[in-house]
Write a protein that binds this ligand. Structure first.
Ligand code: 5GP
Ligand code: ZN
Length: 117
């Protein structure tokens, strides 16, 4: 499958991993938009949030649990952080393998003002 994140999961594309278990990996974004910018992804190839099935409910919950744990480990749980999931073209999705961006380590600019490009 021609998916960058599946290749990162397989190890054919290198990444700076911060977490891995049977279902999930997390690694540094190659083009960080903040001092902490990590991507948390399921090992299951789910293209977008639209493709999440009812049977994926516990996987999705675990993605957020991992995000919380990593935020703590990165020392930004209390200062704060942002979790982002872009969906399809208007949402700005570039990689079509479900992922949550974990952003923090600085005061982030407001995201819900002047949001149209
Ligand atoms: P999206 O816009 O799809 O939500 O975000 C995709 C993210 O993946 C971007 O922030 C981009 O920098 C990151 N990315 C794309 N290719 C690679 C790669 O090969 N390695 C890593 N670590 N991140 C990548
Ligand atoms: Zn994939």
């Amino acid at each position: 499958m021609d998916c960058i994140f599946c290749k990162i999961i397989e190890g054919t594309i290198p990444s700076k991993k911060v977490f891995e278990n049977d279902r999930i990996i997390a690694f540094h974004d190659i083009q960080p938009a903040a001092p902490v910018h990590l991507l948390i992804i399921p090992k299951k190839h789910i293209p977008t949030m639209n493709d999440v099935a009812d049977e994926d409910a516990s996987l999705l919950a675990e993605l957020f649990a991992v995000a919380r744990q990593i935020a703590k480990e990165q020392g930004i749980a209390e200062s704060g952080y942002r979790l982002v999931n872009n969906v399809n073209a208007d949402g700005g999705q570039i990689v079509y393998h479900l992922h949550i961006h974990l952003l923090g380590g600085t005061k982030l600019s407001p995201v819900l003002t002047n949001i149209q490009s």
